[in-house]
Design a protein around this ligand. Structure first.
Ligand code: IPE
Ligand code: IPE
Ligand code: MG
Length: 243
């Protein structure tokens, strides 16, 4: 390579890792539809590319030493979309599940599906449960939020507590009944696609998360963009209400 073509390296290229301040990163993977429309393609095309980006970013986050990653794949509100789009997203999800089966022996990923899974077919739920069981010993925790809504999650936690006979509910009780139980609260939540809102993602868990918003559309999101978010995160002062 010529000197003036110096390749932009990533944290992973340089062998750098995050420290304990950044254990859990979450992504609101937004902008697939617009990415496709800008190419004169149907929105579904964006979802396929978005799925590929998700795999690439997952591998990258693991490489730089992040231990927990949560991705927003499908919200409780996304059922409002045209049936054809919903069907395609579900097909992509199915393919992903099959990929998990093929790859789970060789990789370090512990997969967890977070959300109200009751809407999925029994056979799909059985597959999800099997993946969760068989990857339970792996070190890199990946929470995939499907049919996930932060409000639904909190209401569900309360209902479970009622069924357990609780008369009074503490914050700890709710935390212990969230779908994401076992993962620490996210340190950093990244939203691509230019919108500055949470869209019902990790409402309880995000109380003290740092947010990073970027206009980059999810299918274009790269390892360099992860590095950029990480470096902004490290400049933040987390005070948790203190001084
Ligand atoms: C995010 O991309 C993926 C899902 C919500 C499933 P969008 O499909 O919301 O893309 P935009 O925001 O319309 O561009
Ligand atoms: C949030 O994106 C949900 C996911 C990324 C899965 P949306 O595209 O659904 O959010 P809104 O409608 O712009 O708030
Ligand atoms: Mg969107």
């Amino acid at each position: 390579m010529l000197w003036f073509q110096k390749k932009k390296t990533t944290m992973a290229d340089r062998g750098e890792k995050v420290d304990d301040r950044l254990q859990h990163i979450a992504f609101i993977m937004d902008g697939n539809g617009r990415w496709a429309r800008r190419r004169g393609m149907p929105r579904e095309f964006g979802h396929s590319h978005g799925a590929a980006t998700f795999k690439k970013i997952g591998r990258y986050c693991e490489k730089i030493g992040i231990r927990f990653m949560t991705v927003y794949a499908f919200s409780t509100e996304n059922w409002k979309r045209p049936q054809k789009e919903v069907d395609t997203i579900m097909e992509i999800f199915d393919e992903y599940i099959e990929d998990c089966f093929r790859e789970m022996e060789d990789d370090n990923v512990r997969v967890r599906f977070v959300g109200n899974l009751a809407v999925f077919s029994e056979s799909l739920r059985a597959k999800m449960a099997k993946i969760e069981r068989e990857t339970a010993h792996k070190p890199f925790m990946l929470n995939i939020a499907v049919n996930y809504g932060g409000r639904e999650e909190i209401a569900n936690a309360c209902n479970e507590l009622i069924r357990e006979g609780k008369q009074e509910i503490t914050e700890e009780d709710i935390s212990a009944h969230l779908y994401t139980v076992g993962s620490p609260m996210p340190d950093l939540i990244v939203r691509t696609g230019g919108e500055i809102r949470s869209s019902n993602f990790l409402l309880w868990q995000s109380a003290y998360s740092e947010y990073y918003f970027t206009d980059i559309l999810w299918p274009d999101f790269s390892a360099h963009d992860v590095d950029q978010a990480v470096s902004v995160f490290y400049k933040r002062k987390r005070r948790y209400g203190g001084v």
